[in-house]
Design a protein around this ligand. Structure first.
Ligand code: LMR
Length: 398
């Protein structure tokens, strides 16, 4: 039967890892997948993670099962990280939070949970959104529709168009928002815009679903949770998928969580049992190693401080690289065309190039990015930013 299956093309984002690996040129630049790199182009294990991992190895006594909900200490610590210390939802225990294999696991489990409780509603995603949102949510049977978000010409959020589209969304549907560091555009909602969205959700009655994959990469761990905290405070129910891949650098360990804020304590408890049932039916239980590391860091004030400092350095490096790139491009006669790069946040931005310009950068200059000209900014560093600016100026002139 499998003889009928034809070979599929590589995933557009993950395929770039291979494309980059196969490029023999020494001066090649990887602006593809969203993995943080330091100024040497490396993705080292974070110090806080190393310390926590050593302690974990020294202290562990068993590898026995933990269960579908994951590591309890991780789940409690993550509630504090995403909600802050004094959130009403926390005080009233109106939250179900379950460890998942990465943010992707959270998105998929959420989709299955939504199907159990709502049938197959529509989930609205931003245009554009992260390429893997559609398979993660749509393959479980949810209908996917999109709302206008990023104006590719003006490099801004088209907030009026977004509002007027969301004003048509019926109660019972879900709307996916990026908590911070919008992937792929880097254009984030302001606090005022989040407040307006809350009012709109109150009028319409749909359920917000927030994907928080980059907490700490925009303005800080507290600031980046603003949208979720506000929605959880003001609205009866809210879904959150959170990832520890980027902010703890735990990519391959697959650590994340799904949270649902509910109207009552009983509802939170019921939701937890349904999530456990979904998990049992897909992967039975998540791995514990990465979650134990995160739990350790969040529980230990010294490790927490080390982690926050490292995260702050990563954030500062992204901001600095963005500002530096704008400056480099201005010096090469490109005026204010790329100034938006310094306004945007997190790992990604669109350069706004034509497909043939992206191809030219890969073929002639060994610079690799997504076909839609999304770049992962941290692929740039002191050693390659001049070369990149020169190449971008050259293809932009064509
Ligand atoms: C990205 O968008 O590059 C990252 O989120 C990595 C991934 O899995 O796609």
């Amino acid at each position: 039967m499998f003889i009928n299956l034809e070979q599929l093309p590589a995933d557009p984002i993950l395929g770039l890892i291979k494309q980059f690996g196969e490029d023999p040129r020494e001066h090649k630049i990887d602006l593809g997948v969203g993995v943080y790199k330091d100024n040497q182009g490396l993705t080292p294990v974070m110090q806080a993670v190393q310390h926590a991992e050593q302690k974990l190895f020294a202290d562990q006594t068993t590898k026995s099962y933990i269960g579908p909900l994951g590591v309890p200490q991780f789940n409690e610590a993550m509630k504090l990280l995403v909600l802050g210390q004094r959130h009403s939802v926390l005080n009233e225990q109106r939250i179900a939070l379950v460890q998942t294999p990465g943010g992707c696991g959270a998105l998929r489990v959420a989709a299955e949970l939504i199907k159990r409780s709502h049938g197959a509603p529509t989930i609205w995603v931003s245009e554009p959104t992260w390429g893997n949102h559609t398979p993660l949510l749509g393959d479980s049977g949810l209908n996917i529709r999109s709302y206008p978000y990023y104006d590719f010409g003006k490099h801004r959020i088209q907030f009026d168009a977004m509002l007027s589209c969301l004003n048509q969304v019926p109660a019972g549907d879900f709307v996916l928002f990026h908590g911070s560091c919008h992937n792929p555009s880097g254009a984030d909602l302001t606090r005022e815009q989040w407040q307006q969205l809350v009012q709109l959700v109150q009028r319409r009655g749909f359920t917000p679903f927030i994907d928080l994959a980059y907490q700490g990469f925009g303005e800080g761990t507290e600031q980046d949770a603003y949208g979720f905290r506000l929605m959880a405070e003001q609205l009866p129910e809210c879904v959150l998928a959170v990832s520890c891949s980027k902010n703890f650098g735990l990519y391959r360990e697959r650590v994340g969580a799904l949270a649902v804020t509910t109207e009552t304590v009983a509802s939170a408890q019921a939701v937890t049992t349904h999530i456990a049932r979904v998990v049992r039916g897909i992967y039975s239980m998540p791995p514990s190693h990465g979650a134990l590391i995160v739990a350790q860091i969040l529980a230990d004030p010294n490790l927490y401080k080390v982690w926050q400092e490292e995260l702050s350095q990563m954030r500062q490096r992204l901001l600095h690289t963005r500002a530096n790139l704008v400056e480099q491009l201005r010096q090469r006669g490109l005026g204010d065309r790329f100034d938006f790069l310094a306004r945007e946040k997190g790992m990604f931005s669109f350069l706004g190039l034509k497909p043939e310009q992206v191809v030219a950068l890969a073929e002639q200059f060994a610079i690799h990015m997504l076909g839609n000209s999304r770049i992962s900014v941290c692929g740039l560093n002191g050693a390659n930013i001049d070369y990149f600016a020169e190449a971008l100026a050259a293809v932009s002139a064509r």
